[in-house]
Design a protein around this ligand. Sequence first.
Ligand SMILES: [Zn+2]
Length: 442
Amino acid sequence: MSCVSLFLYNRFSQKKEVFSPINPEKITMYVCGPTVYGPIHIGNGRSIVVFDALFRVLRYLFPEVVYVRNITDVDDKINAEAQKLGIPINELTKNTIAQFHQDINKLHVLPVSVEPKATCHISHMIEIIKKLLDKGVAYLSNGHVLFDVLKDPFYGSLSGAHKEEILAGARVEVAPYKRNPQDFVLWKPAIEDHEFWPSPWGNGRPGWHTECSAMSLEYLGTTFDIHGGGADLLFPHHENENAQTRNALGVEHPVKHWVHNGMLMVEGQKMSKSLGNVLLLKDVLAQFPGSVVRWALLSSHYRHTLDWNSSLLHQATQCMEHVNRVLELPWDGKHCLDADFLAYLCDDLNTPGALNALHLLAKRALQDQKWVSSVHTCANFLGIQKISSSLTLEISKEIEDLIKERTQAREEKNFQRADELRQKLEDFGIIIQDTPQGTLWQ
Ligand SMILES: [Zn+2]
């Protein structure tokens, strides 16, 4: 174990805390994984990469880390998509899981310790629901089993959502079988043509929140160190998961640290189907190497909103250029983890600070060979790998084309267009200088 302390923001206390594990010999972490109805988008990719970075830090600091990231393979969206495509549900989920693995491998995401599928844990979910019914915090209604939110005095303690607000919230689906509109479904009855399982309450399928309670309990026990996911999961998913686990197991705090990554916006807008701006990770990876996408995803602090815009990947490419040049140099294989780099990562996973430290190390290494092993070690640590120099050439060509277009616009006295192009180049992090010999850029 390292003597370096890890500081981590805890959503529950809303404070940055020293991470003090339940058992320092074995760290336990659960992260909500994808619902496999289609390829993941870049926002899902951010969450995967953020928790992969945290996993790498934990692995360095502690002797063993059990990292569970589930796959939700039972969901209404999956049923709808399979029906739309006219293929069996298991074919859709199998293909989507394969695509998911292909995408995240390209981002150099490390394999997790366990990747459980919800459909393999239905009996564990039924056990949890039985316990909730026995304790009187759940009830049966019209083939559904529901969690009675009013029976739980601590409901809302994680997300800060108050029962009155939840009640008033338009997001809550009002159904005739609910005692209170804010109650959530633990088990729902089977629908024709949809996958179902037998249960004491008839054939049906579990509610989404129950899956994560069952799988985290199965692999990590009644209390574990870290629960992660995107900020959009805080309410209702994590609030409900927490309420179920607390009540079913009689444990006050099943999770020690709740960690959420911020959202990803595209060109300043929320990603949504209706806006038509959903960026699939596989499409981004078809254009840019995994290391560049990874760099871009880690270039903002994980708790902040990340704006994915046209210049972000180009900036990441520029930043990586020095690092890449060093990674092309021979390395004696000696490990030398830079103290500043590690200190940034241990300060609530400050990846922008760590990437900046790596960038500075690379600049030093290009002057003095003794820093080469530090660059290799730190880049490996964060999953940044050498990219082919043809990509850098490709970007240079794109910049040359923009400069040519700007020169032409200037010659045609179309100064408005020339200014627009200058702005575009500046967005790429390019400084241009007009000289009698032509336009120079750096
Ligand atoms: Zn979950």
